[in-house]
Design a protein. Structure first.
Length: 177
């Protein structure tokens, strides 16, 4: 296994294998496994793939992040930004699924939102808080750090309200720490 996957598809497979190992170990992973995790979190494709597998998978680590995972995310600005994007996208996408009466996918989006919120709360990261505030500004004003992301997503007012509500929930949880 390489430290940086060559493609998103390769990173999906590598993330699945890594999470299976980390789930089995539960604590004190080897330096090699930590390096593999950090490698995935060091690139946008690797980090995107890792979060897809982590936030949608059936791993115990998906619901109870151990400190080594939290520390790896804290040490990756890419991961901290993508975690906020996952929170927003899953919240807004849930609305789309509900409109189509697609309960199964709406439930999947809700699970990703719940897991993202829990990770954000557990991280208690100043950078995540900055990203949450910047994301809300970009969604509301179509300006700022995440303006391009907001424009690409093109959320309607109900989706934007759902995403901003998730950000508010994350901020409240963050501020309690």
């Amino acid at each position: 296994m390489t430290n940086t996957p060559a493609s998103f598809e390769g990173a999906l497979s590598e993330s699945e294998e890594l999470l299976l190992l980390l789930d089995a170990i539960k604590a004190n992973p080897s330096n090699a496994l930590i390096a593999q995790l950090q490698g995935l979190l060091s690139s946008v494709p690797g980090c995107r793939a890792f979060f897809v597998v982590l936030l949608t998978g059936g791993f115990a680590i998906s619901d109870e992040a151990p400190e080594f995972l939290l520390e790896s995310i804290r040490n990756s600005s890419i991961a901290q930004e993508l975690l906020v994007k996952n929170l927003v996208m899953s919240s807004a996408t849930r609305i789309s699924h509900l409109r189509r009466s697609d309960a199964a996918n709406a439930q999947g989006s809700a699970l990703v939102t719940q897991r993202s919120l829990k990770l954000i709360q557990s991280l208690n990261s100043p950078q995540v808080k900055v990203n949450l505030l910047a994301m809300k500004e970009s969604l509301k004003l179509k300006d700022g750090k995440f303006a391009e992301f907001a424009a690409r997503c093109n959320y309607d007012s109900e989706q934007c309200d759902a995403a901003c509500g998730a950000i508010d929930t994350a901020m409240q949880a963050h501020d309690k720490e």
